[in-house]
Design a protein around this ligand. Structure first.
Ligand code: NAD
Length: 330
């Protein structure tokens, strides 16, 4: 059985090889799956992709024509695969439903603390031997109201951490978790109520038609003055142009972004020698109140190990024709 891994970089490839206990024939590629690169999978039985890959209808058709019958996502989110097209082509699709919710939740917490204690600015300063504290006044996280949008696996891990800091926690989810609410003293409220009351808002939702630009001009307009937004979920949850407007006028005091709407074009590669034509990205990168990481929240050794283990389980189940709880499509 030959398995072709797209978007598999140096930080992941050794872990993938280590978990290949059934000795599949592996093709490990850094290339992003697209209509231009899909031919690289020729001769494979399974294709494995990550969130930056483009598994659209055209690409899936090509994959199917090559005789490939299974696509194993190494991600939790699956907005980058056209499931309707995959269904028509009779492709099996699996994912990794949870590899370490804590890894992503910790990154969201790290972003909040980096913003609240101005760590990036402080570190930049001391490296220049400027030991002044002027302009570095922070705030106590435990005194803040945090709005958590999406209280599934990552949102609930994040809530447990926030509870440890002593925050007041508001939450929004169309399926409230009442046990979680009792255990961590959460108040489930409407989205509007979160926008109006939260000092910090963090997103932990799947990307779909209902959650596309869930943060838009209307929501930003009613947020508290000085609110902070953290997005470790998907870039398209936020209307970027509206966000820039509200960052520029100071209503939103800071944003922590691990994801960006147009990230597939830029993230995961060193572009330091390239011009960036996306002017919204250029604007965000130039703003002092924007903390950005390039879709890094998942990047812990625990998470990568869990991703590899589950992905090979999924491949094995496919090869043996067995049922699999990680099916998106069977
Ligand atoms: P999950 O399925 O466990 O939880 C999602 C929650 O969102 C659920 O409780 C669900 O009820 C709620 N929800 C879904 N649609 C909703 C809607 N329209 N309105 C209100 N609530 C809604 O998912 P998870 O494991 O917590 O992951 C959340 C997202 O995080 C993923 O979909 C993915 O996009 C993102 N993610 C990012 C990274 C990263 O590295 N930055 C890594 C993993 C996952």
């Amino acid at each position: 059985m030959k398995v072709c891994f797209f978007s598999c970089f140096d930080y992941e490839a050794p872990i993938i090889k280590r978990w290949n206990i059934d000795n599949y024939d592996l093709v490990i590629l850094e290339e992003q799956l697209s209509i231009d690169t899909v031919n690289l999978a020729e001769g494979s039985d399974v294709v494995s992709i990550f969130s930056r890959d483009h598994a659209n209808a055209k690409v899936l058709k090509k994959i199917s024509e090559m005789g490939i019958k299974c696509i194993c996502l190494r991600s939790t989110g699956f907005n980058n695969i056209d499931l309707a097209a995959a269904t028509k082509l009779n492709l099996q699709v699996t994912r990794v439903p949870a590899y370490s919710p804590e890894a992503i939740a910790e990154h969201a917490i790290a972003m909040i603390l980096a913003i609240s204690r101005k760590l990036v600015q402080a570190n930049r300063r001391v490296k220049l031997k400027n030991f002044s504290l002027v302009g570095l006044l922070g705030f106590n996280l435990g005194e803040k109201t945090v709005g958590v949008i999406g209280t599934g696996k990552i949102g609930s891990a994040f809530i447990k951490m926030l509870h440890g800091f002593g925050c007041k926690i508001l939450a929004y989810d169309f399926e409230p978790d009442l046990d979680l609410a009792t255990m961590f003293d959460i108040e489930y409220v409407s989205l509007k109520n979160i926008f109006e009351r939260a000092d910090i808002i963090s997103l932990h939702l799947p990307l779909n038609d209902d959650t596309y630009q869930i943060i838009n001009e209307d929501g930003l307009a009613i947020m508290k003055n000085g609110a902070i937004i953290i997005n470790t979920s998907r870039g398209d949850h936020i209307d970027t142009k509206a966000l820039i407007k509200y960052l520029a006028n100071g209503k939103i005091s800071a944003v922590g972004l691990d994801v960006y709407a147009n990230e597939k074009k830029y993230f995961f590669k060193d572009r330091s020698d390239e011009a960036i034509s996306d002017l919204d990205l250029v604007t965000l990168l130039g703003m002092d109140n924007v903390l950005m990481t390039a879709h890094q929240a998942f990047l812990t050794s625990t998470a990568l190990s869990n991703i590899a283990e589950t992905t090979f389980d999924n491949i094995k189940n496919f090869s043996e024709g067995k049922a699999n709880i990680n099916f998106l499509l069977r």
